[in-house]
Design a protein around this ligand. Structure first.
Ligand code: FNU
Length: 217
């Protein structure tokens, strides 16, 4: 049974707090990205953690040179329990983030580095899909904690999970993007996460929707 990760891409702090509190009974982890952080500030991570007591992962899909990745990771992991980065930028850029996470680990603060392999949208087929297996191999080599792989393509999800076999998978695409949850459940296990955003936070009753997804999982 995979876990449920809420993608909290709302643009208003009080709405974000309300939804995260209402759904926290059913949600295992909260993912926050540019929409909410840019609409508020980085401290929103801390405020949501305080209200919900959940792990918060920052989806910044960091994709820069090592020196800049390092700065972004240090600022982000000061608040978040984990950070999402892009793999296509190559080994040294991802390693720079892992090194920052290691520093936190050394002082007893566990931080997760999660690397995108192939994205869930249609456009990812053009440039990302042809190199995604190589990116997943790099995930294994670097020993990242987790990878992002698409629920919109369960066959690819299976392949990427197998290639990066020691990493857990967080998988977006169920709900608003039309991914088939039953197919996804054949691939993911108890270490993995199904990411659901709009199908929960845009529902007229986010709590009921989160409950439904938790039960389906
Ligand atoms: P929902 N997301 C994604 N596809 O959708 N991080 C990817 O390949 C990827 C992501 C994020 O569609 C997206 O930004 F790498 O409303 C959003 O936060 O359920 C969430 O996953 C999906 O949200």
């Amino acid at each position: 049974m995979p876990k449920l990760m809420l993608a909290l891409d709302v643009l208003d702090e009080s709405e974000a707090i309300k939804i995260s509190e209402e759904t926290s009974e059913y949600v295992d982890c909260i993912k926050i990205g540019y929409p909410l952080v840019l609409a508020t500030d980085l401290g929103i991570i801390k405020r949501i953690k305080e209200k919900t007591n959940k792990e918060v992962i920052c989806d910044f899909k960091v994709a820069d040179i090592p020196a800049t990745n390092e700065k972004i990771a240090r600022l982000t992991l000061n608040y978040a329990d984990g950070i999402i980065c892009q793999g296509f930028v190559g080994l040294d850029s991802v390693k720079a983030i892992i090194n920052v996470a290691e520093e936190y680990k050394q002082v007893g603060n566990s931080k997760k580095v999660i690397m995108v392999t192939e994205m869930s949208h249609e456009g990812a087929k053009s440039f990302m899909q042809p190199i995604a297996n190589e990116i997943a191999k790099m995930a294994g080599k670097l020993n990242v904690d987790g990878i992002v792989a698409p629920s919109t393509r369960p066959t690819r999800l299976k392949e990427l999970k197998e290639i990066a076999n020691n990493a857990f998978v967080i998988s977006p695409g169920v709900g608003a993007q039309g991914g088939d949850l039953q197919e996804v459940l054949k691939v993911l296990d108890e270490n993995d996460y199904v990411i659901v955003g709009r199908a929960i936070y845009l529902n007229e009753n986010p709590k009921e929707s989160a409950k439904k997804y938790k039960e389906l999982l």
